[in-house]
Design a protein around this ligand. Structure first.
Ligand SMILES: *[C@@H]1O[C@H](CO)[C@@H](O)[C@H](O)[C@H]1NC(C)=O
Ligand SMILES: *[C@@H]1O[C@H](CO)[C@@H](O)[C@H](O)[C@H]1NC(C)=O
Ligand SMILES: [Zn+2]
Length: 684
């Protein structure tokens, strides 16, 4: 765990070891009563800092710390003193050891880069990264200013006040205790740091050593599986079948549909070598599968009786983007489903486009509790090579930006003409062959990012119950050192029983019976991971035959009689599911504002809204809106980066639900007459 995290951190930090400041990591064993378990103190300091043991003793509140022998280091850290560094620390050590940390590291400036070294390995990491990591372990972290501590015994008064200051600092760290394992920045103040902490600490994903690629851990993959199950069940009812096509495309085939591939070309990754030999023909990795699949549609569709052909695949695609990557939202490889269908008539195809869009909306609203607006993309924003694109558009309230949720395209006959996907005319009329009408539709793991951004808070992830891997955690509470073994057993048994009863009715429940952690620590841990409800079971609950239930999203407390467990818990989970959607819908509704005059447009955007405005439908006007709504303070062309609040507003969609236009209503930007209401916004 520790090593993985530091490796992940390494891949983030591109620093050279040459400029790094050397450090030392030492293990001390304080004097303890023979019967008590030792609590080792790890000292982490700059190599140049002197760390006299009296100061360690006073900081850590221990007696006579001595450098630990090899067997103690082995016992706690499973390594030898020579190979030991802070990278060996992990969550499991929380409560078992203490860390005394050199204040010049703890408070080190942002540019301080440290060298961690053991006998066999070296790594250079920013001090802030290491401190973050140490905080994330939940181990008690005690900062010490070793230089100021070295005071003459005579100077009693200053030393005392110094001690007080130290005590205060420790106190402050303690107050932060629950936070130490958790999120350290405010969602409202530093959204992007908050987001990466939430997804990493909530164990949704981890960073990987290929930039732009991430590991989906069980906590997020489980969400994806729920989506797969929900969607598979429904598309199969529509007659769609799953299949799998290869990830490699020959350049010949990839370039067959020039217009289509043009948009992807700069992002296509190529295989050019096998072992040490150059390949004769370079092979592309699919950025999407139209050109992979359609030659075979042409081969398989021979008669009108072969239509409709409806195939879907769950796969990954690769788009080698150079923009700043962001977990789930912009990654070089991502998971999605892509459906590709061919129909005899335009009407049949158009009907399916809408049905799929309804399913996408269902995934967002029913499963992920994220409200979306259904609509159609403008000519500028539609899928190249298609007739029209429908979309579900979401909204990230914290940043005031829109986000494309998923798209369902009607391709018309452009591709079927290109690939000769044709059948003899069943009418037998003058036209001997007709081309198939095609659709394609896709939804990716980006949905998970939208869900996280929407619901999660400063305590970590909030997962909607319907997609949460673990829906409920049972935690024994109220046990003290005075609790008798008998009472302890009764409470633990009661908790296990609750857990099992829930599992029997298909509530995904677990129990947290780890002795070394306090209930408070466990609460914080389950909140960080987004578990929808926790069930606290203590002596009073045992006596009253009840359990106390706390909801993750709003801290609402419910006392549930054990007799009602099977009926009440699923209800509470559903209440939470509904509550999340309602709250998010309210946010979206309040921040989707009607703007009819251009002077109100940019101020509304800057107030973190998306805008619904009367619009002429002319592509050049859309370009103009985008340019004119971008802030160009520095005269440079604004980079459409995540951190840039200055990007212009794109059209998000022309919503299906249209309010009536006033007679003669003008376009929000130009003098032409408006043809519809269009939703604009800064977007991801
Ligand atoms: C696709 O076909 C439509 C007409 O059906 C045409 O308007 C459009 O330009 C074509 N797009 C491409 C990229 O070939
Ligand atoms: C398309 O395929 C059909 C059936 O194989 C064939 O008869 C026709 O000649 C093909 N058209 C083109 C343009 O290749
Ligand atoms: Zn206009």
């Amino acid at each position: 765990m520790a090593l993985e995290q530091s490796l992940a951190a390494l891949s983030l930090a591109t620093v050279t070891a040459e400029s790094a400041t050397p450090t030392k990591t030492l293990v001390f064993k304080p004097k303890t009563a023979k019967t008590a378990a030792p609590v080792p103190v790890v000292v982490f300091a700059l190599q140049s800092t002197q760390t006299p043991s009296p100061h360690i003793a006073s900081a850590a509140g221990v007696k006579e710390p001595r450098l630990a022998k090899e067997d103690l280091v082995q016992e706690f850290f499973s390594t030898t003193p020579k190979e030991f560094s802070v990278a060996n620390l992990n969550k499991d050590l929380a409560g078992k050891i203490k860390i005394v940390i050199d204040e010049s590291i703890f408070k080190g400036d942002e540019n301080l880069v440290l060298e961690l070294s053991t006998e066999s390995a070296k790594a250079a990491l920013p001090a802030t990264t290491i401190v973050e990591f140490l905080k994330s372990t939940g181990i008690e972290l005690i900062p010490v200013d070793f230089s100021a501590e070295v005071a003459a015994p005579a100077a009693a008064a200053p030393q005392k006040s110094k001690k007080d200051a130290l005590k205060k600092e420790k106190e402050a760290a303690k107050l932060d205790d629950a936070k130490l394992i958790g999120i350290t920045v405010d969602k409202a103040k530093d959204f992007s740091t908050w987001y990466s902490q939430v997804v990493v600490k909530g164990e949704m994903l981890d960073y990987y050593d290929v930039s732009g690629c991430y590991i989906l851990r069980p906590n997020s993959y489980a969400v994806w599986e729920e989506i797969q199950n929900w969607f598979n069940e429904r598309i199969k009812k529509m007659g769609v079948q799953n299949s799998y096509f290869p990830m490699f495309v020959s350049s010949r085939v990839l370039e067959k549909e020039k217009d289509h591939i043009e948009g992807f070309a700069p992002e296509v990754a190529w295989v050019t070598r096998a072992g040490s030999s150059e390949l004769d023909e370079h092979i592309a990795i699919r950025p999407t599968s139209e050109t992979v699949m359609y030659p075979y549609y042409s081969k398989w569709i021979r008669s009108h009786r072969d239509l409709p052909l409806k195939l879907n695949q769950w796969n990954s695609v690769v788009r080698w983007e150079f923009k700043h990557p962001q977990p789930f939202l912009r990654t070089r490889e991502f998971l999605w489903q892509e459906g590709h269908t061919a129909h005899l008539t335009r009407e049949a195809a158009a009907e399916e486009v809408d049905q799929i869009l309804d399913l996408y909306s269902g995934i967002y609203e029913e499963l992920l509790a994220v409200p979306v607006v259904k609509g159609r993309k403008t000519e500028n924003e539609k899928f190249a090579g298609g007739d029209y694109t429908t979309t579900v558009e979401g909204f990230i309230a914290a940043t005031g930006r829109g986000i494309q949720g998923a798209t369902s395209h009607h391709l018309g006959t452009n591709f079927s003409k290109m690939f000769n996907i044709s059948v003899e005319n069943p009418d037998g009329s003058d036209k001997p062959r007709v081309f198939a009408f095609q659709n394609s539709w896709g939804l990716s793991t980006r949905v998970i990012g939208v869900m996280v951004m929407t619901h999660s808070d400063n305590r970590g992830l909030v997962l909607p119950p319907r997609v949460a891997q673990t829906q409920a955690v049972v935690i024994p509470v109220g046990l003290t050192s005075k609790t008798t073994d008998e009472a302890r057993k009764a409470i633990n048994d009661g908790a296990v029983d609750i857990e099992q009863r829930l599992r029997a009715i298909n509530v995904r429940a677990t129990g947290d019976y780890r002795d070394i952690y306090s209930p408070g620590w466990k609460f914080a841990d389950s909140e960080l991971k987004g578990i929808p409800i926790r069930l606290e079971f203590g002596p009073k609950d045992l006596k009253e035959e009840q359990v106390t239930v706390v909801r993750r999203d709003n801290n609402a407390k419910y006392v549930v009689k054990l007799a009602d467990l099977e009926s009440r818990i699923p209800e509470i989970l559903e209440e939470m599911q509904k509550g999340l959607l309602e709250k998010a819908r309210k946010d979206f509704d309040e921040h989707r504002v009607i703007v009819e005059e251009w002077k109100d447009f940019v101020p509304a955007l800057n107030a973190k809204n998306v805008i619904v405005a009367p619009w002429c439908g002319v592509p050049e006007c859309e370009d103009d809106i985008k340019d004119s709504s971008a802030k160009k303070d520095n005269g440079e062309d604004e980079e459409v980066d995540d951190k840039s609040p200055s990007m212009g507003a794109k059209s998000l969609c022309i919503p299906n639900e249209q309010r009536e236009l006033k007679p003669g209503q003008k376009c929000v930007r130009c003098d032409k007459v408006a043809v519809n209401w269009c939703m604009f916004g800064r977007s991801y």
